[in-house]
Design a protein around this ligand. Structure first.
Ligand code: ADP
Ligand code: DP6
Length: 465
């Protein structure tokens, strides 16, 4: 094997998501989801390995320098029978426990395998990879290492970090895959400016994310990490449920075919179908109380199977409401409606959000799953009463952990919400006995752009620590 051209540092970032409409529905290809990308991003910087001391020939070191003890070292080798690149975690030091990061390990295995099948006669050279995330992915308090720093250091290990639910694993898998492909493959083969490369990135990231999660979800979070805000129709679950296992004979050839063969994928991603009108924005609020998405999904789907008629009526009505929401946002974004009475301008939008919420509550009550539980109803009603707030919903699977509000993009509106939330208490007398904790405004908003190339120099202070 010969070694490739001189490799220079590369950096990439991918956005987190907020699932505005279509939770549960999107699991069925008949229905679609409205997903917004966020300005909270996960950045991955990759460069040739810096030191030769103690580094064996085929080694990739991954670090997440904002967290304590977050270094993962991997040895890699080409396996026999076309099984792809096998990745083995190495012990960074005898004093440290071996903590695994399945998202990194799996993504590395899939991406290196794909790279090696595109460069069969080249050696994959060792590299050093750093991950840096926007602070809003975690609700822990961090400190900025310098006054100009855009990121914060959290003085805790990653497993103690409290996630805010912006889709860290999907943004990580996408930017990690994109960084590896951009770094190792020549620009003629992979280039993030090119639609075909985005399609490859999407398919490969979906495969890695599913394998790391151990389940096939709808994939909306990878779609928005790659493409940014979009209207999303999922791929058929069979596309990935029959995917080959890493290391099995012919894994490399089958993965290449799965990723590249457009006829195997029936995903539909429409970027032009969703817009955010000028003068409006989304605002996320983190509720200090968790919900387990997989358990809720299981229950909702079981109820739907037992009650097909009732479910179908709700699903169809909600799909129509979600389409109306996308259409109204687009109308407001494109038509000449900038002037005029604000209350009148947003009246229809307000009605649509309200009607969709009542259908989500119906879904909750009928299925017995707390998608919009009474505590969130009270919170959303109160937020909707703040001047300048159009309305709000429980995003994605719903539950107790977050709300998203659509508001007029004015400081006074955010201040009004902050004032309301600062004093927000939910009594424990709700029937389910669940007491939600503090509600905080997350400093994130929608962003239309998906994965993008970054300047590696921007991460210098994190790579040199
Ligand atoms: N900054 C980071 N560095 C390394 N790995 C990360 C980072 N943030 C998230 N991850 C990985 O993603 C996992 C969280 O994924 P998941 O539980 O699916 O949450 P989410 O809903 O945010 O995607 C973590 O356990 C870790 O493996
Ligand atoms: C129920 C769903 O349709 C949407 C879940 O959306 P969330 O945004 O709640 O997801 P997590 O980040 O995994 O908690 C499941 C799916 O589409 O896979």
């Amino acid at each position: 094997m010969t070694s490739l051209h001189a490799l220079s540092p590369k950096a990439v970032s991918a956005p987190g998501k907020v699932f505005l409409a279509g939770g549960y529905l999107v699991l069925d290809r008949k229905y679609t989801a409205l997903v917004f990308g966020l300005d909270a991003r996960i950045h991955v910087c990759i460069e040739p390995i810096r030191t030769n001391s103690g580094v064996t020939l085929s080694e990739i070191i991954v670090r997440s320098p904002q967290f304590k003890e977050a270094t993962w070292e991997y040895g890699y080798r080409l396996t026999e029978h076309d099984g792809g690149i096998g990745v083995t975690q190495l012990r960074a030091s005898h004093d440290l426990p071996l903590t695994r990061n399945p998202f990194i390990e799996t993504t590395l295995t899939y991406a290196l395998t794909y790279i090696s099948s595109n460069l069969p006669h080249h050696l994959i050279r060792p590299s050093s990879i750093s991950i840096v995330a926007s602070s809003s992915y975690y609700s822990n308090r961090g400190t900025a290492p310098s006054p100009t720093s855009k990121f914060q250091a959290f003085n805790i290990p990653l497993h103690s970090a409290h996630k805010t639910g912006l889709g860290s694993s999907a943004a990580l898998v996408t930017s990690f895959t994109a960084a590896l492909l951009t770094y190792y493959l020549p620009k003629e083969v992979f280039d993030l400016e090119n639609e075909e490369s985005l399609r490859i990135l999407h398919n490969l990231s979906q495969a890695s994310h599913c394998a790391a999660q151990g389940k096939v979800g709808s994939g909306f979070d990878i779609a928005s990490a790659v493409y940014g805000s979009c209207l999303y129709r999922r791929f058929s679950p069979s596309v990935l449920s029959s995917a080959p296992d890493p290391g099995s004979p012919a894994f490399a050839t089958e993965l290449k075919s799965l990723v590249e063969d457009a006829s195997r994928w029936d995903t539909q991603i429409q970027k032009s179908a969703i817009r955010m009108p000028q003068g409006l924005r989304l605002l996320m609020c983190d509720v200090d109380c968790g919900s387990e998405t997989p358990g809720m999904v299981k229950k909702v789907l079981a109820w739907r199977e037992e009650n097909p008629e009732t479910a179908e009526a709700i699903w169809d009505e909600l799909q129509a409401g979600n389409e109306a929401l996308a259409a109204e946002l687009t109308r407001l974004a494109t038509a000449d409606v900038q002037n005029g009475d604000v209350a009148e301008k947003y009246a229809r939008l307000r009605e649509i959000v309200k009607a969709n919420r009542s259908l989500i509550r119906k879904m909750s009550v009928e299925s017995g799953v707390p998608i919009e539980p009474p505590q969130q109803t009270a919170l959303l009603d109160a937020c909707s009463g703040v001047p300048g707030v159009i309305g709000g919903v429980v995003p994605g699977a719903g539950g107790y952990d977050a709300i998203v509000v659509l508001i007029e993009d004015k400081e006074s509106v955010i201040n009004g919400l902050k004032k309301l939330l600062a004093g927000w208490k939910v009594d424990s007398s709700a029937d389910d006995g669940v007491k939600i904790g503090k509600v905080g405004v997350l400093g994130v908003r929608e962003e239309m752009v998906g994965v993008r190339v970054q300047d590696p120099a921007d991460y210098k202070e994190w790579i040199d620590v």
